[in-house]
Ligand binder design. Sequence first.
Ligand SMILES: [Mg+2]
Length: 118
Amino acid sequence: MRSLLIVDDSPISRKIIRKLLPPGPFDIREAGNGLECLKLYQEAPADLVFLDLTMPGMDGFETLERLRQIDPQAKVVVVTADVQTRSQERVKDLGALVVIAKPPKAEVVKLVVERFCS
Ligand SMILES: [Mg+2]
């Protein structure tokens, strides 16, 4: 089964991504912060990670960097309201597959899952 890890400090944002997923089945786990994300990923890698950038404590940039150190093949989609070009370039440099804007659209979530996790 395809496994997803949804990382966002907002439970509502995590729920929105869940609701917009194309038909599964998926094994879905959620993390409310960067450390929890790394812990869950180390317990069992996920096929695709949805990652928020703005989180208290370890932000999405650092989480992404550490995640890719743990697994250089980790597939990460950044979901953020931060549309600054510099932030987008930075996450691409850190190895994110794509950046999608908050609030995410159903078609976009469906496309990234089909493209990167099929
Ligand atoms: Mg956030």
